[in-house]
Design a protein around this ligand. Sequence first.
Ligand code: PEP
Ligand code: MG
Length: 911
Amino acid sequence: MATTTFPETEVESNQSATKYVYFFGGGKADGNGKMKDELGGKGAGLAEMTNAGLPVPPGFTIQTEACREYMKKGGVSAEVDQQMESALARLEQLQGQKLGKGENPLLVSVRSGAKFSMPGMMDTILNLGLNDESVGALARRSNNPRFAADSYRRLIQMFGNVVLEIPKAAFDEVFEHKKKQKKARLDTDLDAKALKEVIEEYKKVVKKHAKRDFPQDPHEQLVMARDAVFRSWLNERAKHYRRINNIDDMLGTAVNVQAMVFGNLGDTSGTGVGFTRNPATGVKEFYGEFLMNAQGEDVVAGIRTPVPILELQKVMPDVYHQLREITTRLEKHYRDMQDFEFTIQDGKLYMLQTRNGKRTGRAAVRVAIQMVDEGLITKEEGIFRVEPNQLYDYLVPRLDEKSAKVEVLATGLPASPGAAVGQIVFTADEAVEKAGHGAKKNPVILVRAETTPEDIHGMEVAVGILTSRGGMTSHAAVVTRGMGKCCVAGAGDIQVDEKKREMRVKGQVFKDDDWISLDGTTGRVIKGRLKTLDASPDDPELQTLMSWSEPFRKLGVRANADIPRDAIQARAFGAEGIGLCRTEHMFFGEKKLPHMRAMILAKTEKDRRAALKRLLPLQRADFIGVFRAMDGFPVTIRTLDPPLHEFLPRREDLMVEIAVLEATKPKSPKLGGLRKLLQRVEELHEFNPMLGHRGCRLGITYPEITEMQARAIFEAAVAVAKEGVKVHPEVMIPLTATLKEMANQAAVVHRVAKEVFEEKESTVPYLVGTMIELPRAALVADEIAKEAQFFSFGTNDLTQTTFGFSRDDVNKVLPTYLAEGILKQDPFAVLDREGVGQLVKMATERGRKTRPQLKVGICGEHGGEPSSVEFCHQIGLNYVSCSPFRVLTARLAAAQAAATEKLKVEGGRTK
Ligand code: PEP
Ligand code: MG
C-alpha cells in the first residue's frame, strides 16, 4: 500500500487552486472512479456510479486534502467551507429541497470514506438536518410520527456521541430507562409519544455533557459533523487498524455528504438488496429480496420478512424493469457480478450501493465461465475471477437443495466449508452419547453459544458445529477447519439456551433431536433434513476453468502423502507426484509400533538390527502401495525425522502405571518391563526435542535405521518396476545443516541402492537430496548441493528456526502479534517473504550455482497457500507440495502467478 507523505509546503502552495469539494448528481459527477486518492473508495464509487447513469442519491465529497489540512491545523480553511456551502446549494436546487427546512426538508448522511476500506473504524451520521421543526415535517410526509421521532432521536444520539463526544452509555441509560418505564421488550415497542419523551431527555443529556444545546441550525450540524468525521480519522480504533494494515496515517479520509432517501414513506416506497446472479450457485438469475414501506433496519431487526425480488414485478412493474435494466448495465460496466442495495422513495428508484458480489467457489467458477461465454471477459480474466482457496468447495460435500424445501433460519459466518445434516445436541457429552459408535452412528450437530476446549470430544463426533457467537477465528471456527468439519459460527439471530436445551430463531423453537442442515460454505442454517451431495473434483465446470489456467502454470504441484489412500486421492486432484512422504507416520501403525519400540529399546546394534529386520517388510509394503498409486510420477520419501521418544509412551503415564502396579500388584511380572521402558524414556528425554535428536541426526547416530529404510525403498521400487510401473524414488534427508551430514547419509543410501540393485539384478533411477529446514543449511546451500541432488524446503521448520518461534507453542504469542500488527499474517500459514522467503531464495540460487539443474521444491504447509505459491513461482522453484486437499488450490494459484507475469495483469497477492 502507498506510503506517501505530504510535505507541509505542498499544501501551502496549492491551497488556493485546490478543488476540495466534488459534486455528484443529476447524471454527472465532478470526479470519477479512479480518484480514490482524493475521493476515497466510497466517494470514487459514488462518482463512478453517477457517471454510469445510475440513479444515485445526489451529494458531494469533500476530498482527503481537507482532512490532511484539518490534521495539520486543527481546522479547515475558509475555502473548504465556501466550496461546501456552494455544493450544498447546488444539491438543494437539484432536489428542490432545503436542508432541514420546509414541508419537504432535505436530510443528508455524512460518512467517512478513505482510500482503503476501513470497515466500521470511522464515524457516520445519518438524518442530519432534522431538528425540532423538520421532525414534524418528516412525520407528516411519512405519515409515520413514530419513524420521524425515531430518526430524530437517533440523530441526537449519533451526533452527541460522534461530534460532541458524549459517551454512548449516557444515551443508552435514558433509552433503557424509558423501555422499562413503558414495559417495552424491544426498542420497536416504544411508540411515538415515548420516543418524543426520549428526545427531550436526550437533549438534556447533551446539555449536561457538552454544556451546550443540540444545534438546531442544520448548517451548523453539517459543519460540526464534517469536522468530527475528519477527527475520527485519528481515533484510536482507526489508528490501530491502519497500523495493522500498513495504511499511511497521512492519507486522511474524505467525507461524503449525500441526500437521504427513505423507503418507508408509504406504499410507493420500499427498500431491498440483490445480486445480478445467484451468489450461492452462480446461476444467472435475478436474485434478492425487498420490502415495501420499510427501511433497511426493519429487515435487519427481523421485524418483517422480506419478499423475493421477483415479486417486485407485480408490485411496481416500472421500477422492477428499471432495476433490471440498471443492474444488467451494472454488470456490463463493472464486468463482474454485482450486489446492490436500492431504495424506492415515492415511486422513484435510487441505487445506494453496488460492488462486486461475494460468492461461493462454485458460483465463482460458474460466473467466470458464463461471463467468458457471454463475451464479457476473456478466458485469461476468467482465471482470476476465482480465489484459489475457493476451489476447496469442490472437495467437500454440499447440500442437495433440491432434496427438500430450503427454509433458511439464519445466516452466520461460513467458518468451515462443507455441509452437515444432523440432529441437534446442546452439549459435548450429549454429542458423544447420541452419536454412538460403529454401525450405531447418528449424525449430530453440536449447537452452542460458543465452543471452548472442553467441547472437543463432542466436536470430534459431531458432523457439524453451529455457534451463535464468535467470529472466523473463534474456537469453533479454528478447530473445525483443522478437523475438515463443517461449521457455521456466529449466527447471531439464533438464541441458544443450553440450560433449557433450546435453540430459538425466527419465532420457532428447536429442541434436542430436531433436524437441521448446515452449509459451511455460505454460512446458512437450514431447517430440516436435506440430503447431501458428494465432493466433485471432476465437476465439468471446474475442469473447464482448470483447462484455461493450466497452460500458464510453470510450477509443478505435488502432494504430501504418506499412505496409498492419500496418494490416490492426490492423483485424483491432479498432483504430479509426492513431494513429501513422512515415513514416521508409517511406523506409528499398530503392527509396526511394537517393532519400532523394540528397536529403540535395544541395547546392542545386533538387537536393533533384528527389530529393524521385522520392520523392513512392513515398510516395503507401504512403499509399494505409494509407488503404484503414483504410477510414473516421482515420489519423495523422507528418512525418519522425529525424535525417538515420540514412539514411546509418555513419561508421566508410565510413572503413574508403575506406581499403581507397585501399590496394587507389587509382584506383577509387567513391572520389570515397565521400569526398563521408563528408564529408556528418561534417557531419551530432551529439554527441547524440536532442536534435539531428530532428522538426519538420528540416521547418523543409528545408520542402521537409514539403511533399513533405503532397503525398503529400493526393494519396493524394483518390485514395482518389474510390474511395469515406472518409479522415481527421491530419497530425502531431513534437517541437514552441513555438507558432511548430507554426505554421511547419502553414502548410506547409495550403498544400499547398489546392494539391492545387485541382489535383484535390476535398477531404477533415483535421486538423493535434502530438506532445507535450517538457516545454516540455506547459508551453505552451495556446499550441500555438492552431495544433494535436489532440495525441498521444509518451511515449517525453517520458519520455526528462522523466527525462533516454536511451531507448537506460537499461539501463545501470535494473537497479540497479529492484533498489534507486529506480524501481518501467521508466518506458519503464509510464507514470510522478507525473512524466511529470502533464505529460500538465497539457498535456491546458491544450490544452483553448484548444480545448475538442481530440482527445488517446497513441502512445508506453505506449499498449498496461494500467496506462498506465488512467491515460489517468482523465485523459480520447480514445484510446490501440499496436502491432497490443497492440490487444486495450489494448481490455480501457480497458474495465476504465471499468468500475472505473462499477461502483466494486476493479480499479485499481498505479501
Ligand atoms: C517442514 O519442516 O516444513 C516439513 C515439511 O517437515 P515436518 O513438518 O515434518 O517437520
Ligand atoms: Mg521439518
